[in-house]
Design a protein around this ligand. Structure first.
Ligand code: SAM
Length: 225
């Protein structure tokens, strides 16, 4: 049986009891970064064999996991933070399990985009999660333009180093819409900035971004709150 296990996005207290038990009972823990997950396991007093599973070996490692599952082993898949398969490896393995008729489920838990959406104050009943935009401006603008007329709240992951450039491109493509930036969720310096895209960009010039961040942007025709 395969368990996709969500882990905290910052605050270790968010690790569920079921996640801990699943990790403890797994024959093998497949992780994005075995050293990083090793630290988490050590803190929990769990000693299980690990298998490396990251975006660069995802297809090959998925076959190793499929072989283990066929032998009847229990495998837990974790990413560095949050929910596996959400801007993290997991999708390929889920597809392979479906193809092979192998049983799998999730131990659900934190995901940064859900928390950012709810805290943004923007409509949360209907939204589009797009993950990371491309790194280059022209490609990013084309990526943003796909949802220009969408009425759904838009959510993006971004590196703090590209945040200012991404906001600039979002402003160029969407116009000056209401938006929110959710920084360092569940951590000591958690903060959510709300305002129009131009106001958020101006604030960023005064206080450059640090730490992890999620961008939430109102859909087309959403009124400012
Ligand atoms: N699988 C994760 C999830 O379920 O949220 C996402 C992993 S993705 C590689 C990492 C990105 O998620 C970061 O660049 C950031 O955009 C977002 N993120 C993760 N943790 C965060 C946090 N504590 N605060 C704000 N954003 C976070």
């Amino acid at each position: 049986m395969l368990y996709l296990v969500a882990t905290p996005i910052g605050n270790l207290g968010d690790l569920s009891q079921r996640a801990i038990e699943t990790l403890r009972n797994a024959d093998v823990i497949a992780s994005e970064d075995t050293r990083y997950t090793g630290i988490l396991l050590k803190r929990l007093g769990i000693e299980r064999p690990q298998l490396s599973f990251h975006e660069h070996n995802e297809r090959h490692a998925a076959e190793r996991i499929v072989a283990l599952l066929r032998e009847g082993r229990t495998v837990a898949l974790v990413s560095d933070a949050g929910t596996p398969g959400i801007s993290d490896p997991g999708f390929v393995l889920v597809r392979r399990c479906i193809e092979e008729g192998l049983p799998f489920t999730m131990v659900p838990g934190p995901s940064a985009f859900v928390m950012a959406l709810v805290l943004s104050g923007l409509p949360a009943h209907s939204f589009t999660f797009r993950g990371f935009p491309p790194r280059k401006s022209a490609a990013r603008q084309r990526f943003f333009a796909v949802d220009r007329d969408s009425p759904h709240t838009l959510i993006f992951y971004e590196s703090p180093f590209r945040l200012a450039a991404s906001l600039e491109d979002a402003l160029a493509v969407y116009g000056d819409r209401p938006a929110a930036l959710a920084f360092e969720l569940t951590k000591k310096f958690e903060r959510v900035e709300r305002g129009t895209l131009s106001a958020l960009r101006a604030r960023l010039e005064q206080r450059p971004a640090k730490g992890e961040v999620v961008i939430v942007i109102a859909g087309a025709q959403t009124q400012a709150p």
